[in-house]
Design a protein around this ligand. Structure first.
Ligand SMILES: Nc1ccn([C@@H]2O[C@H](COP(=O)(O)OP(=O)(O)OP(=O)(O)O)[C@@H](O)[C@H]2O)c(=O)n1
Ligand SMILES: C[C@](O)(CO)[C@H](O)COP(=O)(O)O
Length: 227
C-alpha cells in the first residue's frame, strides 16, 4: 500500500467567529479545537500530518503541539490568503510518492477516525471521495431583490464536509489547473469535479460540524458531552 498523508487547513482568519484569536485554538472540552481533529487523524493512523497555519501563527501552534501532540510527527507550514492557496502549499510539502492525501479542516473537531478510514477506502477505489450528509432543509436559490428563483430537489442535495480524500497526483493536477484559471472554490472536491473526474459521496455524521460562528462552539460542547 502507498503512503497516506493528512493535510490540515488551519490558516483561515476566523472572521465569522468574531474573535481575535484563531478559532482552531479556542478551548473545547480541555483541548484546542484543532487538537481534536489532529488526534482523530493520528488514530487512523497515517504516514504523516501537515498542519497549514497563517504565517504569523506558527509559534502559537507549535506551543499547542508541544503540549498536546507529543509523539505524533506533525510538520507545520505557512498557508496562503485563500483556502485553496493553503491546500496547494500543503500539497507542495508532501513527498511526490504519496498515494493519497486526506484534506481536513482544522475547524472540524468532531470527526471520527472510522469516518476518515471509510473515506480513505472509497478514495482508493474512486480516486476522490468526500464525507457528506443529505440536506435536511429545503434549499432555495435566491434571485433578484431576494425573491426565490428556484427550489432545488432535496433528495439530490448533500452538504459536503471534510475530510476529502484524493489520489495525490489527481489533487495536484486539479490545483494546478485551478491556479492557472484563477478558479475560486470553498472545497477541493470542486476542483477535481472540474476535471470531470468522479468524486464519491461518503455518508458521514451530522455531528461533524465546522466551527464557523460562535453558536457552533456551544453545539460542539453539547455534542461532546453527549458522546
Ligand atoms: N486562507 C485560508 C482560509 C481558510 N483555511 C482553513 O479552511 C477551513 C475552512 O474555512 P473557514 O471555516 O471558512 O475558516 P475561515 O476562513 O477562518 O473563516 P472565515 O471565513 O469566517 O474567516 C478552516 O479550517 C480554515 O482555517 C485555510 O487553511 N487557509
Ligand atoms: C471544505 C468545507 O469544509 C466543506 O464544507 C467548507 O466548504 C470550507 O469552509 P467554508 O466555510 O465553505 O469557507
Amino acid at each position: 500500500m502507498g503512503s497516506i498523508y493528512a493535510l490540515v487547513a488551519a490558516a483561515g482568519r476566523s472572521t465569522r467567529m468574531g474573535v481575535d484569536v484563531n478559532k482552531q485554538l479556542l478551548e473545547l472540552a480541555g483541548r484546542p479545537v484543532v487538537v481534536h481533529a489532529l488526534q482523530a487523524l493520528a488514530a487512523v493512523p497515517l504516514d504523516g500530518i501537515i498542519l497549514v497555519v497563517a504565517p504569523g501563527e506558527k509559534e502559537n501552534f507549535h506551543q499547542v503541539l508541544n503540549k498536546f501532540m507529543q509523539g505524533t510527527q506533525i510538520k507545520v507550514i505557512s498557508g496562503g490568503d485563500s483556502r485553496r492557496d493553503s491546500v496547494m502549499l500543503g500539497l507542495r510539502a508532501l513527498p511526490s510518492t504519496a498515494e493519497l492525501v486526506v484534506v481536513h479542516d482544522g475547524a472540524r473537531p468532531l470527526i471520527k477516525p472510522e469516518r476518515i478510514r471509510e473515506t480513505i477506502r472509497q478514495a482508493r477505489h474512486w480516486g476522490a471521495a468526500t464525507l457528506a450528509v443529505p440536506a435536511k432543509d429545503t434549499i432555495k436559490v435566491a434571485g433578484e431583490e431576494g425573491l426565490v428563483r428556484e427550489t432545488l430537489l432535496r433528495d439530490k442535495l448533500w452538504q459536503v464536509q471534510t475530510p476529502q480524500v484524493f489520489k495525490y497526483q489527481l489533487l495536484v493536477e486539479a490545483h494546478r489547473v485551478a491556479a492557472v484559471d484563477g478558479y475560486s472554490v470553498t472545497d477541493d472536491a470542486s476542483l477535481v469535479e472540474r476535471l470531470d473526474h468522479p468524486v464519491k459521496l461518503v455518508r458521514g455524521d451530522y455531528t461533524n460540524i465546522k466551527i464557523t460562528t460562535p453558536e457552533d462552539m456551544v453545539l460542539a460542547r453539547a455534542l461532546l458531552r453527549e458522546a
